[in-house]
Ligand binder design. Structure first.
Ligand SMILES: Cc1cc2nc3c(=O)[nH]c(=O)nc-3n(C[C@H](O)[C@H](O)[C@H](O)COP(=O)(O)OP(=O)(O)OC[C@H]3O[C@@H](n4cnc5c(N)ncnc54)[C@H](O)[C@@H]3O)c2cc1C
Length: 411
């Protein structure tokens, strides 16, 4: 009788424990919002991150090594063409699946997550959705199988102010001749092709832009040295933001994506996707910082108890949790309902929250928060960049305000 009661109580304790574990997992994964396919991608990338990325991220970062092997593995998993059509080697996944994957990969290694995010959201999805069959054969089929794609929009005089692009495109029979300089092109050092935005009539400002697909080994394309950065993890520290100089680069008219004059619209619409990718990347970094802080606070003793028992640390951890989860909700919403307001809001919140969470993480680790032997300082550096690339935070806020007032006929 007693044994039976004990068994029953043990069973109910186990059941309760299981329930709590499930609830904890749900709060991390928003299980109820994800369908079976999205959950499968989440599990796949979560396992890959835990087993392979997390253990190597610090080494890649400290030594400034481009994550070649990691990108090769993601290619094998199909995730370097996640949303591309199966015909061109892609997995034909929806944006939320890709978002969840970028988040998980960035949680393990922000560098790898950045390469993956830009390649998919700003290159492969663009070619997949807007390219002609010939363009997809040349600029997509191999890009789901290992080649890396880039997005060259920014210039020395045109960052936030895209309409000020100075790179020129001159039509010459069946060819276009491109001249100019692009800055900060992520993965251009290792990449095989890039999207290039150029003006065919500067007087037309944004209406004079066109979008081209350019092989990075084309004659006249010169890759600059990788930009030395504050070290936003291995990808950015090690390799992949550099200038591109275009000197009389001759591309066939078949490399024009869409029509001449559509370049600005293409750039803005693609950035709506790109910002979801950067938001997911920021959520992953923030989650990593929260995980780092909790693991440390559970072990570290001060004043005779673990840090988790100190009210101020508990308070910080609570703030961090709220910041991560609100950013994740907005990011998932943006991935399922893609529009400028949603993706700008997601990027704005996710970037700011990631920086705040990483700052708390450094604080919780105290002196060790500043040591390169611990992950906190890496998360801190990684988080900062998410407020700049893909469109600065200040502009995201302006965009949200613009579309808010537009919805209310109040512009
Ligand atoms: C690591 C890294 C990777 C990058 N990768 C790429 C890439 O792959 N492809 C690419 O094309 N670009 C890339 N970029 C460039 C990035 O998108 C630009 O740096 C960014 O858009 C800001 O442009 P900017 O640096 O010229 O800053 P600016 O446009 O000069 O802005 C500087 C500051 O001025 C303020 N500001 C400017 N305009 C406004 C405004 N209208 N309203 C309010 N405030 C404003 C903001 O505070 C802003 O932070 C990358 C940058 C970095 C750092």
């Amino acid at each position: 009788m007693v044994t039976g009661a004990l068994l029953k109580s043990t069973k109910s304790s186990l059941c309760l424990l299981q329930c709590m574990k499930t609830l904890a997992a749900q709060s991390r994964s928003f299980t109820s919002q994800l369908n079976a396919q999205q959950l499968a991608i989440q599990e796949l990338t979560r396992n890959y991150t835990n087993d392979h990325l997390k253990p190597n991220a610090s080494k890649l970062d400290l030594q400034g090594l481009f994550p070649f092997e990691e990108i090769r593995q993601l290619t094998k998993l199909g995730l370097m063409g996640a949303c591309a059509d199966k015909e061109y080697g892609g997995l034909d996944l929806d944006y939320l699946s890709l978002t969840v994957a970028v988040e998980e990969i960035s949680r393990g290694c922000a560098s790898t997550g950045m390469v993956m995010s830009i390649h998919n959201f700003l290159y492969a999805n663009l070619v997949n959705e807007r390219g002609t069959p010939e363009q997809k054969a040349q600029f997509l089929a191999n890009f789901t199988k290992g080649d890396i794609g880039c997005f060259a929009l920014s210039e020395p005089e045109a960052g936030s102010d895209v309409a000020n692009i100075k790179t020129t495109a001159r039509q010459d029979g069946d060819y276009w001749i491109l001249n100019g300089k692009k800055s900060w092109v992520t993965s251009a050092v290792e990449g095989a092709a890039t999207v290039v935005f150029a003006t065919f009539d500067p007087a037309l400002r944004h209406k004079g832009l066109a979008c081209f697909l350019v092989p990075l080994d084309a004659e006249g394309v010169f890759r600059g040295k990788k930009e030395p950065l504050i070290g936003v993890s291995a990808v950015l520290r090690a390799a992949t933001a550099c200038d591109l100089t275009l000197e009389d680069v001759r591309v066939p008219a078949t490399c024009l994506l869409g029509h001449a004059g559509e370049g600005f619209r293409i750039a803005m619409e693609q950035l709506d996707q790109g910002r979801i990718g950067i938001a997911a990347h920021a959520v992953g970094i923030a989650q990593a910082a929260l995980d780092t802080a909790i693991s440390y606070a559970k072990e570290r003793n001060a004043f005779g108890k673990t840090l988790t028992r100190l009210p101020s640390v508990k308070d910080r951890l609570t703030d961090m949790c709220i910041l991560v989860e609100t950013a994740r909700l907005l990011t998932y919403r943006a991935a399922t309902d893609v529009c400028t307001k949603n993706s700008s809001m997601a990027k704005y919140v996710a970037g700011r929250n990631a920086a705040a969470v990483a700052d708390h993480c450094v604080q919780i680790l105290g002196g060790r928060g500043l040591s390169t032997k611990f992950d906190a300082e890496r998360h801190f550096r990684d988080a900062r960049g998410t407020q700049i690339y893909g469109g600065v935070t200040d502009i995201q806020k302006r965009l949200v305000g613009h579309y808010l007032l537009k919805e209310h006929n109040a512009l």
